[in-house]
Design a protein. Structure first.
Length: 98
């Protein structure tokens, strides 16, 4: 067993978004993504189901034209091809499995 630790908040590129693949599991990925306030992901869809867990901070997530605020420890599953979007409210990290 190899013990892994999530990195502290980091940013790279434009807008402060940081993406890091934590594992690649049989064509599935576990991703840790860091956002800064104001970062947005416009409405989009994924070809597979997506599991998203907010590790810390706050995000507004829109799914099927309904927006909810998610905080640390809250998660959702987004069905394949369903349109979704998000806006970062306060610096946040999200764990995504897709």
């Amino acid at each position: 067993m190899q013990k892994e630790t999530l990195p502290p908040h980091q940013k790279d590129g434009m807008g402060g978004t940081k993406t890091m693949i934590l594992a690649d599991l049989t064509n599935k990925q576990v991703i840790c993504k860091t956002f800064v306030p104001g970062d947005k992901m416009d409405s989009h869809q994924a070809p597979t189901d997506v599991f998203a867990l907010v590790l810390d901070g706050q995000m507004d997530i829109t799914l099927a034209n309904e927006t909810n605020r998610f905080g640390a420890g809250e998660y959702l599953t987004i069905p394949a091809t369903m349109m979704h979007a998000l806006t970062c409210i306060e610096t946040a990290r999200m764990l995504i499995y897709k």
